[in-house]
Design a protein around this ligand. Structure first.
Ligand code: AGP
Length: 615
């Protein structure tokens, strides 16, 4: 998720764009850049680092004049964060300049074709390929920029919000959108382009939000004309009068980043498997696995190291890998693993899971494993992070920046990556039939929509939260794939509401925890219809007989548990190994609402940091 800003009008573009980028830094902040047209040439400055670093570099390095410009703050998906990979990107001729938020999945094949036609590339990005494709179309078809963009976008697969201008025609900016947000602010003889309204809300509250597959030529003195990219049909702009303030815009209209990130999960999961899950072709494409397949297939075992929520994702992975890929898995707290003198050999594969890519214990565990000859694979959300750079290979989640300290979309996107890995390895090892593989792929594609349905229980969950917000203790129970989800639900509640909560395997009740049960103890039970449902039902009956209060997460249409529980939250049915992606949603929302009702600082809970970079 990156931030894009553009301006064309009667004011100096530089201060508007830089301030706009600062407001969009919550969307991505590993590198930034700006390109300004001063009436004769394009002046471009870009750098690894934050917008402040860009300001320092630009104000020393380039002319800052001009009423036309674009700017970008990056959250890398292709190409590590550095100066060259930062946006904006020039076309080879130097006439066009582009900024892009999104992922072009088929950029490698396009790059190959353009290279054959003599194009050269300075960066590793998909974006630089796109701007040269536009240039090539403009040249060969002899069309204007708008048409060139339209023709080029009909050749790409992926997601984009782009703004591109041509110094030969500096009275317009062409924008287009698919899968990533793009808003146009409409002022008095001036236009603003941005990922959301925060860069222009102080200048105008009139905005047009492009729909997917729409593009526009933003030209001074002209009405905005929208077109459908696919068939050039005219689309009529809906001009909205925005009532949001700046803070609300940064949070996407949500009260907290955590709630925004909970609701981003359908998109984040889709972005994470985009370009990797090719269900119609029956393929899972993961370069980090393909290039080291024998390491995984011949591994004695997989050791997973992580901390906190990422460790819970690792526990889910243990069930998935052993169930689907039949590879032995051990899951270790990184902080324990690094000090217990573990037996590690070169026949081991270590998977390190980390949202931030900077967790000190996880990094130390990786170094220990490498010293002892293990192959190390990373699952991170931050491109170019320390862990990403330390591992032998890896796969990035594409969750976008996770600002809330309580990890939510990182958890579900980590599970998405780990599921893709297990399915790919299980298929390679012939552990299941072609039809079963296709069934998994098809169901994985259904998950974003099913997460969206699970989110619709939010109003009901808010009511339940109000009943239990003053509890002192909570118990979370789950079996099989949902035991780690019980642990994760307990962690969410304790870290943001400060209520003591514990997660347990449901069957463990009779080995101690059942002594805790009384009418003061809410028990959250994950009781989906897959995996030992009947046994969970008997656990619930044991709790009921001791006057415990039951909040049950069930599969839609459930009757038996619904009869027994005090509160029931339904999730859509799915394959057993994919249930964690859905059962975690109500638990995230429950912890969120209880924390809000207890006036806790949801996004920055006491004593916690987003990334624990020290021991
Ligand atoms: C989870 O909500 C917490 N923020 C914390 O447990 C976190 O998951 C843990 O610190 C690991 O962080 P990482 O994924 O960035 O390595």
């Amino acid at each position: 998720m990156c931030g894009i800003v553009g301006y064309i009008g009667h004011r100096d573009a530089y201060p508007i764009i830089v301030k706009g980028l600062q407001r969009l830094e919550y969307r991505g902040y590993d590198s930034a850049g700006i390109a300004l047209y001063d009436g004769t040439s394009i002046n471009l400055s870009k750098t690894k680092g934050k917008v402040e670093d860009l300001k320092n570099k630009a104000e020393k390095g380039i002319s800052l004049t001009g009423n036309l410009g674009v700017g970008h703050t990056r959250w890398a998906t292709h190409g590590v964060p550095n100066d060259v990979n930062s946006h904006p990107h020039y076309s080879n001729s130097g006439d066009l300049v582009i900024i892009h938020n999104g992922i072009i999945e088929n950029y490698e094949s396009i790059k190959k074709e353009l290279t054959k036609r003599g194009y050269t590339f300075k960066s590793d990005t998909d974006t630089e390929v796109l701007v040269n494709l536009i240039e090539e179309v403009k040249k060969t078809e002899e069309v204007k920029l708008g048409q060139a963009v339209q023709i080029a976008l009909n050749q790409v697969v992926g997601a984009y919000a782009i703004a591109v201008f041509d110094k030969q025609k500096p009275d317009e900016i062409v924008v287009a959108k698919l899968g990533s947000p793009l808003a146009i602010g409409i002022g008095e003889n001036e236009f603003f382009i941005a990922s959301d309204a925060s860069p222009f809300i102080e200048f105008t509250n009139n905005a047009v939000y492009l729909e997917d597959q729409e593009m526009a030529i933003v030209r001074l003195g002209k009405e905005i004309k929208l077109r459908k990219i696919k068939d050039d049909a005219i689309a009529y702009p809906k001009i909205l009068e925005l009532q949001l303030n700046l803070e609300q815009i940064e949070k996407g209209g949500y009260d907290h980043f955590m709630l925004k990130e909970i609701y981003e999960q359908p998109h984040a999961i889709l972005d994470t498997y985009r370009g990797r899950l090719l269900a119609d072709q029956g393929i899972i494409r993961m370069a980090g696995i393909d290039q080291h397949l024998e390491k995984f297939v011949n591994a004695n075992r997989i050791i997973i190291v992580a901390c906190g929520t990422s460790w819970h994702a690792g526990l889910v992975a243990e069930y998935i890998f052993e169930d689907l890929a039949r590879i032995p898995v051990e899951v270790e707290y990184a902080s324990e693993f690094r000090y217990r003198n573990p037996v590690i050999t070169d026949k081991d594969v270590l998977i390190a899971i980390s949202q931030s890519g900077e967790t000190a214990d996880t990094l130390a565990a990786i170094k220990l494993a490498k010293e002892k000859g293990a192959f190390v694979f990373g699952v991170c959300n931050v491109v170019g992070s320390s862990i990403a750079r330390e591992t032998d290979a890896g796969a990035y989640t594409h969750a976008g920046p996770e600002i809330g300290v309580a990890s939510t979309k990182a958890f579900t996107t980590q599970i998405t990556i780990l599921t893709l890995m297990a399915l790919k390895l299980g298929k390679e090892k012939g552990e299941f039939s072609e039809s079963k593989f296709h069934e998994y792929l098809a169901e994985l594609e259904n998950i974003p929509a099913k997460v969206q349905i699970a989110l619709e229980s939010n109003p009901l969950i808010e009511i339940i939260a109000d009943v239990y917000k003053d509890s002192s203790n909570c118990l979370y129970l789950g079996r099989g794939y949902n035991f780690p989800v019980a642990l994760e639900g307990a962690l969410k509640l304790k870290e943001i509401s400060y209520i003591h909560a514990e997660g347990y395997p449901a069957a463990e009740m009779k080995h101690g925890p059942i002594a805790l049960i009384d009418e003061q103890m809410p028990v959250i039970v994950i009781a989906t219809n897959k995996g030992h449902y009947e046994k969970v039902v008997s656990n619930i009956q044991e709790i009921k007989s001791r006057k415990g209060m039951i909040i049950a997460v069930v599969t839609e249409g459930d009757e038996q548990v619904t009869e027994l529980a005090d509160h029931v939250v339904e999730i859509p049915e799915t394959i057993e190994s994919l249930t964690p992606l859905l059962t975690t949603i109500p638990l995230q929302l429950l912890s969120y609402h209880i924390a809000v009702m207890r006036n806790c600082n949801v996004d920055q809970p006491r004593n916690l940091a987003k990334s624990v970079t020290v021991e």
